[in-house]
Design a protein around this ligand. Structure first.
Ligand SMILES: [Zn+2]
Length: 429
């Protein structure tokens, strides 16, 4: 398969920019990048994007696809604080999930993600009454659409002592089975410090293959920090580090309530910090301090599948200084590329030989656009990441409102049935 996508503004947001650029894609990889005039003759098939914006595919570094069928659902009790939000909504929902609803939750979320130009999702999954095989079920949804994913099950002691061992087994089995996959990978999911005993962390540390990174909610709410301090640790990251769990492929979501000791460990071990500004606003847990943590990437934490809107929210909820734009550029572009390459070593933006993961935004700039003002165009022009075209490993998953390889009506039918089934279980318990 050989084709050219061209006649659009093409940029990696960091150093490469073509006003009328094109990409030659061959056998799933990027074969050439440059001016449309030079690249277009290299293939018979030319997809004319008519002045739209072409970018490397978006990545959601912290997501919960299992939340996709919860849109509009009401909590079953008060939600006055973070722990009550978990107890009366999310933990009730994740107990109601079964094989069918896990699959259709993932499919619903991923369809929306593809429509927003997301090419890779780091998913943090929980379905406490359907543990074994749950990650494979989610993988089936990724494969049906052709998406890249890094999956894990959230290990937790919250459903009772001993349950965590099954969660750990599910993670390790999936991780080992996907060591050689260039598309789907596994991690060791951990819920959060405050639902994990020292004994469970000890088992995780002992059983985890040394190259298997963790993905955890870390310092999301003040309660998480207080829990760690009460056990005698110097912070939320410090506790994980004491069990040898922090390295440069760990994903720490949120990182809001931290100690100086935590920040020191973050600086020295360089884990991937995934900030989720919309979720943090929704749960009213505060926002990550971008003056203390400058290097981070973006997740949606189940709030949406839209990475440009998440960037816009980050900007609006932050300090809003113009000089912020350089930090936002790194967050949205260069740190994303660096973090992706830690999991997918061949992954480089708009580079010959790299996997062709590309988004063409449904956005045609009306005003001058350059490398310098690309952030302004995303935040104030595009505003959301509605995609015209989404390409993963050189496969066109979505183009001009149509999915390739999936019947959207049939999928929507299954999704709606699954949602009804899930809601009746959620409210019945
Ligand atoms: Zn989360």
């Amino acid at each position: 398969m050989k084709f050219v996508i061209g006649n659009g503004f093409l940029t990696d947001g960091v150093s490469k920019f073509w006003e009328n650029g094109a990409i030659l894609i061959e056998d799933g990889k990027i074969a050439q990048v440059g001016d449309t005039g030079a690249v277009r003759p290299k293939a018979d098939e030319f997809i004319d994007v008519k002045g739209r914006l072409i970018l490397p595919g978006f990545v959601n570094f912290h997501h919960h696809l299992y939340s996709s069928l919860a849109v509009g659902i009401s909590p079953v009790g008060p939600t006055r604080n973070f722990v009550e939000i978990l107890q009366n909504l999310w933990w009730r929902l994740d107990k109601a999930l079964d094989e069918e609803t896990v699959y259709f939750s993932a499919l619903a979320g991923l369809i929306d993600a593809v429509m927003h130009g997301v090419t890779t999702v780091f998913d943090h999954h929980a379905s406490m009454n359907f543990v074994r095989g749950s990650l494979k079920t989610i993988e089936d949804a990724f494969n049906r659409l052709g998406m890249k994913g890094v999956l894990c099950f959230e290990v937790s002691d919250r459903t009772g002592p001993g349950d965590a061992v099954a969660h750990i087994d599910e993670n390790i089995e999936f991780f080992d089975a996907h060591r050689d996959s260039s598309k789907i990978k596994g991690m060791m999911g951990l819920h959060a410090n405050f639902t994990l005993s020292d004994e469970t962390l000890r088992i995780v540390a002992e059983r985890r293959p040394k190259d298997m990174p963790i993905h955890i909610h870390c310092g999301e709410d003040r309660y998480d920090l207080e829990f760690c301090l009460s056990l005698g640790y110097d912070g939320v990251v410090h506790r994980l580090d004491r069990f040898g769990l922090i390295d440069d492929r760990s994903i720490l979501a949120h990182a809001i309530h931290l100690t100086d000791r935590d920040l020191e460990i973050i600086r020295s071990k360089d884990p991937i910090i995934a900030s989720n500004p919309e979720s943090n606003a929704n749960n009213q847990v505060g926002q990550m301090d971008r003056t203390l943590i400058q290097k981070f990437v973006l997740g949606t934490d189940g709030m949406s599948n839209d990475m440009v809107q998440t960037l816009r929210s980050l900007y609006l909820l932050g300090h809003g200084h113009k000089e912020d734009f350089e930090q936002l550029r790194s967050v949205f572009f260069s740190y994303r590329y660096e973090a992706m390459a830690r999991f997918f070593p061949e992954w480089r933006p708009l580079s010959v030989g790299a996997p062709a993961d590309i988004v063409v935004l449904e956005y045609i700039p009306n005003t001058p656009i350059s490398l310098e003002n690309i952030l302004g165009h995303l935040i104030f022009g595009a505003k959301t990441a509605k995609a015209f075209m989404t390409v993963v490993d050189g496969q066109i998953l979505y183009h001009d409102g149509k999915f390739k390889g999936i019947d959207l009506d049939e999928a929507a039918d299954g999704i709606r049935k699954a949602a009804n089934h899930l809601w009746s279980k959620y409210f019945a318990k």
